[in-house]
Ligand binder design. Structure first.
Ligand code: DGL
Length: 332
């Protein structure tokens, strides 16, 4: 007798999990080759843990992910989760930008039902492909009654990460995703789910952000700081229409004096300057080596440059002061 299983809806976007290679033991492959039906067929026993259906939203390598697709995905998720019969959503996605889409959805999905993302580091045709077990585990987490109201989570390699904390740390390894500042939300081993914590930040139902806007989103650029960084990179971004700049700074969000001067000039003219860090772990604090109060800068706190950009783009959809924007970086 089939148990009264949860209904989980899968939205597929492409990535390596849908990738195909000519050889099962060579590195080269193409993302976004399998469709959702083929992917689900490759995961035995799914019907033991949930009633699964789904659809293909797109089929791309996630290096081609866009805010147009993210917006379409968020609207589709909000619409799907309004259906009483749907208990949770799984999104399959490339790993290159999964942390960006996860954080975007964490801010714009307004339901407490589980939204779980997953992908893979090896294509579907590889020896020891990691996609099928990642997908099985993602459905198991989405089907778990404890997964509600924890924000968007990413399941990869038996680990459950929060959208706010995870980041990709290795170009090829299956254990590439870490949550270096706040640690894991939990683990899922062959479908056995264990949660260690909830989310420490605002998300989904508590979020003030929605997808009720017209594209394109306000332009925010990321500038990678380095030795002898040319200050005119900031000028170049602003001249191309950037309304905000995220500095992927060295160390604690630093940049050279010439760039600080250029950034401070633009901050005075209403361009939002956020100091994040190119360093993979740790937080960026106010007024450590840079006088943020004097220059009118904002710090990203725990957010890496890619996520800081997304928060600032959504924040700029309405008029805000520097203090109001800084508060958002401590809340989300
Ligand atoms: N093309 C990259 C992407 O879709 C491959 C990385 C992956 O999915 O693991 O993000």
């Amino acid at each position: 007798m089939i148990k009264n299983l949860p209904d989980i809806y899968v939205l597929a976007t492409g990535g390596t999990i849908a990738g195909r290679a000519g050889s099962s033991t060579k590195a080269g492959y193409t993302s976004g080759q399998l469709d959702i039906k083929e992917m689900l067929k490759a995961v035995p026993d799914l019907d033991q843990i949930a009633r699964v259906d789904g659809e293909q939203v797109c089929n791309i390598g996630s290096q081609d992910m866009s805010f147009e697709i993210m917006t379409r995905l968020a609207r589709k998720i909000n619409e799907t989760l309004e259906k009483q019969e749907i208990d949770g959503i799984v999104v399959t996605h490339g790993t290159d930008t999964i942390e960006e889409t996860a954080f975007f959805l964490n801010l714009t999905v307004n339901c407490t039902k589980p939204v779980i993302m997953t992908g893979s580091m090896r294509p579907s045709t590889a020896v020891s492909a990691d996609g099928p077990l990642n997908l099985f585990n993602a459905v198991a987490v989405a089907a778990d009654p404890e997964a509600k109201a924890r924000g968007v989570m990413v399941v990869m390699n038996d680990r459950i990460h929060g959208a706010h904390s995870l980041t990709k740390t290795n170009t090829t390894s299956v254990e590439t995703f870490l949550s270096p500042v706040t640690g894991l939300m939990g683990t899922v081993i062959y479908g056995e789910v264990k949660f260690f914590r909830g989310s420490f930040r605002k998300h989904t139902r508590e979020s003030e952000f929605t997808t009720d806007y017209d594209l394109p989103l306000p332009r925010v650029d990321i500038i990678y700081a380095c030795a002898d960084m040319p200050p005119d990179l900031i000028d170049a971004s602003v001249s191309r229409g950037a309304r905000g700049i995220v500095i992927a700074g060295d160390g604690n969000g630093n940049m050279n004096q010439g760039s600080i001067k250029a950034a401070a000039e633009f901050a005075k003219k209403g361009i939002f300057i956020v100091r994040a860090s190119r360093v993979p772990t740790g937080t960026v604090g106010r007024n450590v080596e840079v006088n943020d109060d004097a220059h009118g800068f904002i710090v990203s706190d725990e957010l890496n440059p890619a996520k800081a950009r997304i928060l600032l783009m959504l924040a700029l959809l309405k008029p805000r002061t520097g203090e109001e924007v800084q508060k958002l970086f401590y809340e989300y």
